[in-house]
Ligand binder design. Sequence first.
Ligand code: 5HY
Length: 242
Amino acid sequence: MNLLLINPNTSEAMTAGIAAAARAVAAAGSTVHATQPTFGPRSIEGHYDEAIAAAGVVEQVRLHGDGADAVVIACFGDPGLDAAREATSAPVLGIAEAAFHAASFLATGFSVVTTMTRTCVIAEHLVHRYGFERRCRGIHGTDIPVLALEDGGAGCVDQIEAAAREALARDRSGAIVLGCAGMAALCATLSMRLGVPVIDGVAAAVKFAEGLAALGLRTSAHGDYARPLPKVYEGWAAPLGW
Ligand code: 5HY
């Protein structure tokens, strides 16, 4: 399987870390092509960042989507997910949606532990959009800046562990969803320390993508995920016109 893995922010260190997490779980014979936009925010920590990052995702799908058997958007806001699904027939998975599904197979309720508290509302919107409001029992910010995880986040593991313990107790949940692609490298350590399933959306999305590709399934071109209608795009977006 040829997997296109898009880190929607422009941190090369994070792209490398996310690619390593994906390759660690990818099946033999799967190739992971990791990319990031040529423009946009170094980290995504709010609606404004996300708006620009969504265009970056579309840029990367247009540049590298042909020939991909599946695409993974490796940012917990799943920026540009629907637009990407219009632009390619390859299955496109966001790491938040994939993590929610994985957690729901493993516990009746899960809690999300994420970075900046201000991004919790973005995760709440996704919980409702994907229909997980009865399974997600809480979303908790740590106010760890995304770029503090650029090196893999070892320096943040104790703080994330403490937030996860508090979430499990307060929410009475049975699993933890990591709310940032930059936390991927911490998943095994946190799971061992907490003794509950800890879900990294990057790994979950890669395995779900492999499954969909193996089943030969493609994104529907019927209805709202049909290809974009041809039209001219002006200015810097001209190359993205359909
Ligand atoms: C992420 N931001 O996974 C999100 C995390 C967040 O640049 N990569 C980012 O805080 O939403």
